[in-house]
Design a protein around this ligand. Structure first.
Ligand SMILES: [Fe+2]
Length: 156
């Protein structure tokens, strides 16, 4: 790890890194899952679901970059391989051979899981006064809550 002088102790910096890494890797797996569902979804709502998933995987892709660059800016190495993403992800991969509604309900559950995970990590970041990382995760929280609501609204 490179030396940094952001006011966090080495132990605090490590805690911030670990919190961000879990969120980054989980976001990556959810990005990949959403992308795959975008490719494989079928049925009478194809156009709507296909477009919805495209919008969401683009948001997730942007978030991956933000999270990885925050990890770099506090002096750590971001996971950079699919193996590492799977190692740190709190979400599991899915097969793509699901019907459209199962895809939507899988993604909805994953976004709600992300909400829970991120809330826990924000608490850690607040404890160590890492306001910048906390701010990034609060934005992530808002986006996951919104995506969960949109997905769920298609199922009601
Ligand atoms: Fe596409």
């Amino acid at each position: 790890m490179h030396r940094v002088s952001n006011g966090l102790s080495t132990a605090e910096n490590k805690r911030a890194h670990e919190a961000l890494r879990y969120v980054l890797a989980s976001t990556f797996i959810l990005y990949m899952k959403t992308l795959s569902f975008h490719w494989h979804v079928s049925g009478r709502n194809f156009t709507s679901y296909h477009s919805l998933m495209e919008t969401q995987y683009e948001l997730l892709f942007a978030a991956i970059d933000t999270l990885a660059e925050r990890i770099r800016s506090i002096g750590h190495v971001a996971p950079g391989t699919c193996t590492q993403m799977l190692e740190y992800s709190q979400l599991k991969e899915s097969e793509a051979n699901l019907d459209a509604e199962s895809m939507l309900s899988t993604l909805t559950a994953d976004h709600f899981y992300m909400v829970k995970l991120i809330r826990e990590k924000i608490q850690i970041l607040n404890d160590i006064n890492d306001y910048v990382s906390s701010d990034i995760l609060i934005a992530r929280l808002a986006e996951h809550e919104k995506m969960a609501w949109i997905l769920q609204s298609h199922l009601l």
